[in-house]
Ligand binder design. Sequence first.
Ligand SMILES: [Zn+2]
Length: 183
Amino acid sequence: MRIAPGGLFSEAEQRLSPNHDERPEGASVDLLVIHNISLPPGQFGGPWIDDLFRNRLDPGAHPYFREIAHLRVSAHLLIRRDGALIQYVPCDQRAWHAGVSCHDGRERCNDFSIGIELEGEDTTPYTDAQYQQLATVTRALLARYPGLNRQRITGHSDIATGRKSDPGPAFDWARFHALLSVE
Ligand SMILES: [Zn+2]
């Protein structure tokens, strides 16, 4: 898995989201945040995540979409149920994934983190293909960003406590960390 200059994964499908900007002066990437998303909640497949991240979600397509269609959000990467990798924001740029957040006393985690969305929900097991792809992607990120290491991988729920619950109890952290050790 190769990461081109700017932080573009050569093996990802590129679907650039406008919802990103420059990281602050001097900020370096030193945190990886794992998320989940499914639209509508609990349903997999469909164009809706793409649409949300690219500001063209149809508020009339589902009652839930009315609540979120106005949001301006993104993540660097999405891993679909079948393991397909989609990139919305180059990793060197700041994606808008964490919202109000705090890690180790530092707020605004978007400034210094990379956000990866797993297509899923908190209590539905993630797929084998997702774990494999996440481990492959994470190894590439660890190799590229010196500030990242295995201790600096966290869940959205851990940096937005009480506000966010993803990736949820379904995410098997031990399995993920074990896969990181496999070359
Ligand atoms: Zn999240």
